[in-house]
Write a protein of this length. Structure first.
Length: 319
């Protein structure tokens, strides 16, 4: 069997280190003959593929390289539990697709055995991050899946749990045992998988989760990498689809900055008058001067009125 080069060992070891830190299990196991040449038609897409869009141009460009120089990379695979002698991809589907276009019959693979669902998902995610980054939507969905595996939640419950954790912390309920446990697990996962180098888990809740509620006309250019998340959320403030599409087209074709997009959005969103009660509140706020704050009698009345307003306008806290 082909020997693993020192460079390949180092690269693979670094990825394993990221997965084995603070993990209850050892590094995923590999058989003695882990590096194998496997027929391409014995390999199929795996169960934890986070990349939803495979660019035709990228696949064709890789295929051209493979035709000229052959395939010198390394796919990560595991035995298919349902079909003896066949394998499922953990990472490398873009290369696997390009190899098919190039007509390659055998591919160099590293075989893993006895993976847990979490290990499989994390290996696939780290490998994607080290190769070609996922787009924002793919990355967001992947992180949600990883959170479900690390926190022991159903995928459909992750979003509501994350918002609840964030609300508890923002309201000073950090002493809640469950909230603290989830927070610790989130921080450990984001650090261990290198996600925190790009985005912290609190920012993920604020800036990434809203992307999943975007309408299709904004979601598509985000998936294609034509709009970043901040620009997409700004454009989503425009209610009329026709107006949105004009701003999207201008942003993409003009390569506009977020500041320039913000100006277009401001012009496209109808201006609304501030309701009278809010205007009165704003005026009153400016009248609470340092002198008023030091006046015990007046502040006693102010605090009593504020308490009455808080009770009147109270919204039941969602648990």
């Amino acid at each position: 069997m082909p020997a693993k080069t020192p460079r390949a060992k180092k690269a693979t070891a670094n990825k394993f280190d990221a997965l084995s830190m603070a993990s209850a299990r050892p590094v995923p196991t590999k058989p003695a003959d882990a590096i194998q040449l496997i027929a391409r038609d014995r390999i199929k897409p795996g169960r934890s593929q986070y990349r939803l869009h495979f660019g035709d141009q990228q696949v064709k460009a890789l295929a051209t390289i493979f035709e000229e120089k052959g395939f010198h990379g390394l796919l990560w695979v595991e035995p298919d539990p349902d079909k003896d002698g066949e394998f499922l991809l953990i990472s490398g589907e873009t290369s696997w697709r390009a190899a098919e276009v190039a007509g390659l019959n055998e591919l160099r693979c590293e075989v893993f055995e006895n993976l847990t669902e979490r290990e499989r998902a994390e290996l696939g995610y780290v490998a994607n991050d080290a190769a070609t980054a996922l787009n924002l939507i793919e990355d967001t969905l992947a992180i949600i899946d990883l959170i479900s595996l690390n926190l022991g939640l159903a995928v459909e419950d992750v979003t509501s749990v994350l918002y609840r954790i964030n609300n508890h912390l923002s309201r000073g309920k950090s002493h809640d045992v469950t909230t603290q446990q989830y927070r610790t697990q989130l921080e450990e996962m984001f650090d261990r998988l290198g996600i925190s180098k790009r985005i912290q888990w609190q920012s993920f809740i604020r800036n990434r989760l809203p992307l999943l509620r975007l309408p299709e006309d904004i979601l598509k250019p985000v998936q294609m990498g034509q709009l970043d998340g901040c620009a997409a959320l700004l454009i989503n403030r425009i209610e009329e689809r026709g107006d949105r599409e004009q701003v999207i087209q201008a942003a993409i074709e003009g390569g506009l900055s977020v500041r320039e997009i913000r100006k277009l959005v401001t012009n496209a969103v109808p201006k609304t008058e501030t309701p009278e009660p809010i205007m009165r509140f704003n005026k009153l706020r400016t009248r609470i001067t340092p002198e008023i704050l030091e006046d015990g009698t007046k502040m006693k009345h102010v605090n009593r009125i504020l308490s009455q307003l808080e009770k009147l306008l109270a919204v039941p806290e969602s648990e």
